[in-house]
Design a protein around this ligand. Structure first.
Ligand code: UD1
Length: 338
């Protein structure tokens, strides 16, 4: 029995692969390498000393996916195979809707054909929309998203909940990620965005190694203690372990469940920049720029449900995230070079 990681060559997928392998599961990776490199899967094998069958396929391709399912015995699908750049999704909405929805539907259809009944989805706190009551609880209604990327997560959650309602044997776990950052402590795998990073943390690490001259802090006039936005940053290894905890839960609980994966603690942009400087003994040059349209003042989780249901809780702190993220970037200043 193996876990299929759809989109498993990416940032969160590779870290999740390591944690599944360390927990004794077999792992199969499917990835079209649109936003990732096969080298990342080889690094997972080096870290764990285990073999990972890799399929360079697009999970929207039903025939290729059927071939994978006929060659491997897949027990659970963990689905990360989606496009995730907010700005790009505004410019190319049809591509985002087509790809992200198709990937999910094809996975569900092929799983059904092969009798695979367990699905873990990489959702996002973005589905809470512009809800501004913090912390965010899973019981809160989903909000209005501000971009097509967010809507794809919102729609996929709906599709999965409907699918679980219609099939009494299907288990679906919707994991709502807050802001995953950092890297595996080996420094061998980490975040490797293509082009200019959209998210703050890879931007900071690229400034730290001299790939970019300075960081722009998007606004310091928010209604927060230091004026910069607050987010719930979570170490990617903790986040990965949340997926491992979701699998035994899914096996015993048909139906759908929503679980936040966050720390429950908010950190401002300037706090993270200064923590990074202190922990790594390095200066991060930055300027204060205008606000980025669409940014929320605050976004952090109530993380109790994950502990109650899955027995999972984030263990690493901001200092660990800064230390591990910097190690990855110094060991791989240009990311994965193949
Ligand atoms: C963003 C997306 C969110 C998505 C998530 C994961 C937006 C509005 N939201 O979350 O939908 O699920 O990424 O990919 O894009 N910042 C700077 N300078 C930078 C970059 C960011 O100051 O160069 C600030 C932002 O203003 C924000 C914080 O850092 O306050 C975090 O930004 P980011 O890492 O992009 O994450 P989110 O915006 O929370």
């Amino acid at each position: 029995m193996a876990i299929l990681l759809a989109g498993g060559a990416g940032y969160i997928g590779t870290h999740t692969a390591v944690e599944f392998l360390n927990a004794g599961y077999d792992v199969v990776v499917a990835d079209n390498l649109y936003n990732s490199k096969e080298e990342a899967v080889r690094r997972v094998e080096r870290i764990t000393g285990k073999t990972v069958p890799f399929y360079k396929i697009d999970v929207c391709d039903g025939e290729a996916l059927r071939k994978l399912f006929s060659e491997q015995t897949i027990d659970t699908v963990v689905h990360f195979a989606g496009m995730k750049a907010v700005g790009e999704s505004v410019a190319k909405p049809l591509m985002y809707y087509r790809n992200n929805l198709d990937a999910t539907l094809t996975l569900l259809e092929v799983m059904k054909e092969f009798g695979c009944k367990s699905f873990v989805f990489s959702s996002s706190a973005t589905v809470y929309g512009t809800n501004d009551t913090m912390p965010l609880y899973e019981t809160m209604p989903r909000g209005m998203c501000t971009n097509p990327y967010g809507w794809t997560k919102w729609m996929i959650e709906q599709i999965l909940m409907d699918a679980a309602k219609a099939d009494p044997e299907l288990s679906v776990v919707l994991l709502r990620y807050f802001n995953p950052i950092g890297a595996h402590e080996s420094g061998m795998i980490g975040e490797d965005p293509q082009g200019v990073p959209n998210n703050i943390f890879p931007f900071i690490t690229q400034v730290a190694v001299g790939r970019r001259p300075l960081l722009t802090v998007f606004g310091d006039d928010y209604n927060t203690p230091d004026g910069t936005c607050i987010r719930d940053y979570i170490h990617v290894v903790d986040l990965a372990k949340g997926h491992v905890a979701a699998v035994p839960y899914a096996a015993e609980h048909p139906g759908s469940v929503i679980v936040n994966l966050g720390t429950g603690k908010g950190t401002s942009v300037l706090e993270i920049v200064h923590a990074f400087e202190r922990v790594n003994n390095i200066k991060i040059p930055y300027v204060i720029g205008p606000r980025r349209p669409g940014d929320l003042t605050e976004c952090y989780a109530n993380a109790d449900k994950a502990e109650q249901l899955l027995g999972w809780k984030a263990e690493k702190d901001i200092d660990d995230m800064c230390r591990d993220g910097y190690r990855w970037q110094t060991m791989n200043p240009m990311g994965y070079t193949e």
